[in-house]
Design a protein around this ligand. Sequence first.
Ligand code: ADP
Ligand code: MG
Length: 264
Amino acid sequence: MLKLSAMAQIICIANQKGGVGKTTTAVNLSAALAVCEKRTLLVDCDPQANATTGVGLDKSHLIKTLYHGMIGDASADAVIVDSQIEFLKVMPARVELIGFDVEMMDRPDREQALRHLLKPVVKAFDYIIIDCPPSLSLLTVNAMTAADALLIPLQCEFYALEGLSQLVQTYQRIKSGLNPKLKIAGVLLTMFDRRTNLSHQVAEDAESHFKTLVYKTMIPRNVRLGEAPSFGQPILLYDAMSVGATSYFALAKEILAANHTGHA
Ligand code: ADP
Ligand code: MG
């Protein structure tokens, strides 16, 4: 029986670029919050299902997935499964989620499927973290419509800020229509390499665009972070002493502190 509390804070991790660290952040931030004994739900909203395998779930053993929940064929409780970490539960994805856009085409509430699915469980968690696909498709729109806050990972590479205006436009459209309470939780610099000028340049550009919205915590490029998914383990299990693990733990602390003071 899940303990009820105040409503979870729902954070959606989005950037339509692939390979910027969305899934790595979703998996490891969720795990770090859970290690801090926050009841956390990781929602895998990407048909590639990298977050699902990244926390060690075997997709072939799943009965119902997020797809079934979002099209109305399964309740949230029927989709949620346990993970290897005590306070972390998962709404897993599988490849059938690709069919979601087509399945929902004629439904008037197609942007609100995830919001409706999560509604009965928001009091059972402290945090709900949603991993988005690398697009601004209906799945990402659902994630932003269900969320309280948007976390934008920015990879410290060339063109890091390119395409961000489309993301921000989508955010503004959803905020002015379906989800007025949506805010930007923060911009997270990922794969930061302090030895390169480029990383520092991206950090400067991000700060001049997003000002105080840029998280103080930066996620460095760290080989162990890249290895962990192939072992089906969040970094805190795979190598708790790595700089990747301490960085995601620091991000969790920063988010917890921001919520505590009501800024987040
Ligand atoms: P996205 O979900 O945005 O497509 P991922 O989180 O899957 O991006 O990251 C893309 C690739 O980069 C993955 O192989 C991942 O393991 C790796 N990666 C992500 N963050 C880091 C990091 N900080 N250091 C090293 N490798 C990383
Ligand atoms: Mg991903």
